[in-house]
Design a protein around this ligand. Structure first.
Ligand SMILES: Nc1ncnc2c1ncn2[C@@H]1O[C@H](COP(=O)(O)OP(=O)(O)O)[C@@H](O)[C@H]1O
Ligand SMILES: [Mg+2]
Length: 255
C-alpha cells in the first residue's frame, strides 16, 4: 500500500463492516481474512467481489485453490448472486486452480490477468493452500537458499524450507502493492481461530480481520474482529456476525 495524503477507501458493501474501518478497506491494501473452517471467509470474500461488480462497477478476480468454479457458483446462488451473469458481462473472473497445478509462474499469471482485465478487487482463497503448495518447495536450489538466509548461516532443513516459503509469500503480497488500483483480500485458514504468531502473512498484510465460530453458552455464534488495519482508526470490538439470505451481516456491539 502506498502512503498518500488522503487515503481512498474501497467499500466492501457488506452490511455493518465498512463503518468499522472508516468507510472501507484502504485502496491498494492487502487484508488477511483469518478463521477456522466454516467461519464465513469464502462467503465474505465472494460478497466483496460481487458487490464490487454489481454495486460499484469495479471488476473482480476470485482466485480459488480450494473449490471448483461450480461449487463456488452454487454457494453464491444461495445468496442470490449470479456469478455466470457477472462473468458474461466481464465484471467478474473466477480462476480455480487445483493445488497440484500451483507453479512458479502463478504470481505473474495473476498479475497479468489483473492488468489485462482492469481488476480492482482481488481475492486469494487461500493463502494457506498457496503456502503449503508453494512451488519453491520442490526446488530448493543452493542459489535460493543463499538468497534467503545468507552465505554463512547454518540452519537445519525445515527452517530453510520455511524461510523460502516465507520469501515466496512475501514476494507475492509485495507484488500486489505495485498494482495501485487493486485492493486484495487474502484468506488464511487458522486452526486455532486466532491468527498464528508465526504466520508471515499477518505481518506483511496491511490489515487482518479475524472470523470465529464458537460455542458460547451452549449456542453457536459467529464473530468478526478487526485485528489490524494500517492507516486506519479501526473499531476494536468483537462484533457478532450473521450469515443471512443476502450474505454476511456484521452487527453492532450492544454495550
Ligand atoms: N445459505 C446459507 N445460509 C446460512 N448459512 C450458510 C449458508 N450457506 C452456508 N452457510 C454457512 O456458512 C458456512 C460456510 O461458509 P464459508 O464462507 O464457506 O466458510 P469458510 O470460512 O470455511 O470459507 C457453512 O458451514 C454454513 O454454516
Ligand atoms: Mg473457504
Amino acid at each position: 500500500m502506498k502512503s498518500g495524503t488522503k487515503l481512498k477507501r474501497v467499500q466492501t458493501g457488506i452490511e455493518g463492516l465498512d463503518k468499522l474501518m472508516q468507510g472501507g478497506l484502504p485502496l491498494n491494501s492487502s487484508t488477511l481474512i483469518t478463521g477456522g473452517p466454516g467461519t464465513g471467509k469464502t462467503i465474505l470474500a465472494m460478497q466483496y467481489i460481487v458487490n464490487g461488480a454489481a454495486k460499484y462497477n469495479e471488476n473482480g478476480l476470485y482466485v480459488s485453490f480450494e473449490q471448483r468454479a461450480n461449487a463456488l457458483k452454487q454457494q453464491a446462488k444461495q445468496f442470490g448472486w449470479n456469478i455466470d451473469a457477472l462473468e458474461k458481462k466481464g465484471k467478474i473472473k473466477l480462476l480455480c486452480i487445483s493445488s497440484k497445478d500451483i507453479n512458479a509462474e502463478i504470481i505473474d499469471d495473476i498479475v497479468s490477468i489483473i492488468k489485462r482485465h482492469k481488476i480492482k478487487r482481488l481475492v486469494i482463497d487461500s493463502l494457506s493452500t498457496l503456502t503449503i503448495n508453494a512451488p519453491i518447495y520442490s526446488k530448493i536450489s543452493e542459489m535460493a537458499v543463499k538468497d534467503v538466509i545468507g552465505e554463512n548461516t547454518i540452519l537445519y532443513p525445515p527452517v530453510i524450507g520455511e524461510n523460502i516459503v516465507s520469501k515466496f509469500i512475501y514476494a507475492f503480497i509485495d507484488s500486489l502493492g505495485d498494482l495501485e488500483s487493486c485492493t486484495t483480500l487474502l484468506i488464511a485458514e487458522s486452526a486455532e481461530e486466532r491468527v498464528s504468531q508465526r504466520f508471515i502473512g499477518a505481518y506483511v498484510c496491511d490489515g487482518v480481520i479475524e472470523l470465529t465460530f464458537e460455542a458460547l453458552g451452549g449456542e453457536f455464534s459467529r464473530s468478526l474482529l478487526i485485528r489490524k488495519m494500517r492507516q486506519t482508526k479501526s473499531d476494536e470490538d468483537i462484533h457478532p456476525l450473521e450469515i443471512i439470505s443476502k450474505g454476511i451481516k456484521v452487527h453492532d456491539v450492544v454495550k
